[in-house]
Design a binder for this molecule. Sequence first.
Ligand code: URA
Length: 311
Amino acid sequence: MNELDQFVKHKLKIKHYFRYTDDFIILHQNENYLKELLPEIAEFLREKLKLNLHPNKVILKKLQQGVDFLGYVVLPYHRVLRTKTKKRIFKKVDAKNLQSYLGVLKHCRGYKIQKSILNKMNKAEELEKLKKEMEEDKELPLFGEANLVFGEGDVGAEVMFIGEAPGFHEDKFMRPFVGQAGKLLDKLLEKINLPRESVYITNIVKRRPPENRDPLPEEIEAYKPYLKKQIQIINPKIIATLGRFAMNYFLSDFKISQSHGRGVILREKIIYPLYHPAAALRATAILKELEKDFKKLPSLLKNYDNVKIKK
Ligand code: URA
């Protein structure tokens, strides 16, 4: 690309020109002048370098609107991260790449995002500690009989799904909702544009009861302190309960047939009872209800801040 630099500087005599690999910016106060430059540059690239200017990637904008460059939006007096970059960093940050992402943030106004990233990292660390504690707690029922299925997903999720207890596949892979019910859950999430990776999924009882029997009250009680801590760390806006056991954990005398699809405010969160996907696999009428209730989830989330929640 050095030829392009020479061409821009010496032939076109452009003073304010920046390039990094194949991204380049030309600054000028005259919009028409910039428009007229385009065909000349395109021709040079085509003839001399066998390259084409991508029509969708040529952007003409005012400096005050900010210029996208190398993941930043460069404004006249400061830089911010591009929304896309912000989202990518937030999704991908882990202990290995944290320092390099913090480095990226040093070059822009990124205090808020830095705070959120560190918050997310803290959450991940705290969850890891909690998991370890559970793995070592020999007093927990089903210890030694089944694998621990701690939970998974985005630790900064706004929606947390809580099921009853792991089944055969969950025990085998040590991941929640990965059997048939899990596949349905994934589909329902996709349909509302809330990918599985963007929510957090776990169960009340975190080891598989033998023969998939219902969890016993004493099992629910024993796993309670861990679930409580897990919720505290993730701190979601909405807790979507899957099935009556999970619903009754929060709302003890509610009936699923009457309460599904209706958010209930409890301790600054919305508890959103849903039918269990396994039940939906057995009955079409329930599947229809579950689909309807899932569809309401995005607006419930959107309206969360407008709901009067006592703090
Ligand atoms: N059913 C549940 O309640 N939890 C799982 O993880 C899988 C099936």
